[in-house]
Design a binder for this molecule. Structure first.
Ligand code: MV4
Length: 511
């Protein structure tokens, strides 16, 4: 199906069309493979780590993405000028633009990612639904493409039923989504979803799905080469999120069992095959309490959270991407890889968890980065680095590995307590609170849990630890006072429990 030339081609130099930690990550894989690298940078990134680590760097414009990292033509020219024979798009920016994959192909530059048609089909949420459905993949019951307002309303009321969800066809990130619980609210919700989609994507097309409540967000990593091999590399649990921003991911999912993994993995491979997918991709699924699962969408790029998969499957996904793009057979064989051990990733954002996750800018004047057994840090910052308002607030990913979930969590607690960042506010205290939360420890959470049940500085989800409440209140007061004293310093989580206490809670919970 793939219309790529499957004879191996050389890649001697890669241009990375991205910035920050992911650009650094890709440069590292290239270095490991002996491939030269070209960074691109905006005015805001002159002193960025990806510029320092690459062999060459090309200036591409002003800080706003539209004037630099989204300028496809300028980036292609930079590749030609430096003699790069391939482009890695990272995530975000141009990574899921069909035209960029096509432009690379037209210019004889290897795009380290999927072919244009796979990006296009999966980018349109309705054509994605139709494509995978034809291949026997379960989707949430919903409406067909091409319905006008009247037909859509009729189908919503008479076929889908309530509660339901209106979604934007061009969707993503929850934009243009509306929950509707009563027939009389449908008309208004439809109009406002259309308006929002039109504003966000320039396309007001929407469709309707049955609302799946209390579900978990579980995604499968896919690798496909040009020789017809498509495999999955297990799942990631991504339910710990806030306003469609993931905060913590883990692999495997605490909710998974081998039989469910086998069935969902098979489904994920079929979904990727339905569009002739090539390279790395992710199948996003919803899984309800009864373990019914549904395809939601496919992300046609390398994801932020790919390291947790790398750690439990012992592979380097960026190396595999490059190998696949060269027309080689992928490294891993067999259609299934069993996870070994446990990995958790905390996204370290320059956001204040005590103030509604408000983004913070400024200079990092002090930074101590954790290391030690089972700790990996993928970061784009260093001492003296200036965090600007132009890009997203994620400054690093802290990824911990252990033999089992408890060891991974204990190492994460250790690493979080070592991590010192001063000069900007950051969300390390959020992660520390989360790792002490009973629901998180028990793996009992869904996609709404952080927004609706988790509270900073309390253990209120914990029925057995009422005695810690007082300490928690004292710590909150202390934190508040300290913030008044030094507004750009986030205080440590002073009421942090000892590992002995943590382990005894863990053991109580396993019963
Ligand atoms: C859903 C859903 C419930 N039912 N579809 C959110 C963005 C897009 N990726 C799909 N999303 C959802 N689709 C049906 N039929 C709930 C969500 C959803 C969600 C999904 C994954 C991760 C976080 C989420 C947070 C809120 C809603």
């Amino acid at each position: 199906m793939a219309n790529y030339e499957p004879t191996p081609t050389k890649i001697n130099k890669v241009l990375i069309a991205n910035r920050g930690e992911i650009a650094v990550r890709v440069i590292r894989a290239c270095r490991d493979l002996g491939i030269e690298t070209v960074a691109v940078y905006s005015d805001a990134d002159r002193a960025a780590l990806h510029v320092r680590f690459a062999d060459e760097a090309v200036y591409i414009g002003a800080p706003p993405p539209r004037e630099s990292y989204l300028k496809a033509e300028t980036i292609i020219q930079a590749a030609k000028k430096t003699g790069a024979d391939a482009i890695h798009p990272g995530y975000g920016f141009l990574s899921e633009r069909e035209y960029f994959s096509q432009m690379c192909q037209d210019e004889g530059i290897i795009f380290i990612g999927p072919p244009p048609h796979a990006i296009a089909t999966m980018g349109d949420k309705q054509s994605a639904r139709e494509a995978v459905k034809k291949n026997g993949v379960p989707v949430v019951p919903g409406t067909e493409p091409g319905l006008g307002d009247e037909e859509l309303t009729h189908a919503a009321v008479n076929e889908v039923g309530f509660p339901l969800l209106i979604k934007a066809t061009a969707g993503g990130g929850g934009k243009g989504m509306r929950v509707v619980r009563r027939a009389e609210d449908f008309g208004e919700a439809l109009a406002s979803a259309r308006r929002e989609a039109e504003n966000a994507f320039g396309d007001g097309t929407v469709y309707v799905e049955k609302l799946i409540e209390g579900a978990r967000h579980i995604e499968f990593q896919i690798l496909a080469d040009m020789h017809g091999n498509t495999i999955h590399c297990g799942e990631r649990e991504c339910s710990i999120q806030r306003r469609h921003q993931k905060l913590v991911e883990e692999a495997p999912s605490p909710f998974m069992d081998p039989e469910l993994r086998r069935r969902m993995g098979e489904m994920a491979v079929k979904a990727a095959e339905s569009v002739g997918y090539v390279n790395a991709g992710t199948i996003e699924c919803l899984v309800d309490k009864d373990k019914n699962f549904y395809f939601l969408e496919m992300n046609t790029r390398l994801q932020v959270e790919h390291p947790v998969t790398e750690l439990v499957h012992g592979l380097d996904l960026v190396k595999e991407q490059i190998r696949i793009a060269r027309g080689r057979r992928m490294g891993p064989t067999g259609s299934f890889l069993e996870p070994k051990g446990w990995a958790i990733e905390c996204r370290i954002n320059a956001e204040d968890p005590y103030n509604n996750f408000m983004p913070s800018i400024g200079q990092i004047h002090t930074i101590l980065v954790p290391t030690g057994p089972g700790v990996r840090v993928d970061s784009g910052v260093y001492r003296g680095y200036e965090i600007t308002p132009y890009y997203d607030s994620m400054i690093a990913k802290l990824i911990c590995f252990g033999e089992d979930r408890a060891e991974a969590m204990l190492r994460m607690r250790r690493a979080l307590s070592e991590y010192t960042i001063m000069g900007v506010k950051h969300n390390i205290p959020f992660h520390q609170n989360l790792l002490n939360s009973f629901s998180f420890m028990a793996g009992k959470f869904d996609t709404k849990w952080v927004e609706e049940h988790f509270k900073m500085g309390t253990y209120e989800d914990d029925p057995n630890e009422a005695e810690l409440e007082t300490a928690a209140i004292a710590a909150t007061l202390h934190a508040h006072r300290s913030r008044q004293l030094a507004s750009q310093v986030v205080t440590r989580n002073e009421r942090d429990t000892s590992n002995w206490k943590w382990m005894s809670r863990w053991e109580r919970m396993q019963r």
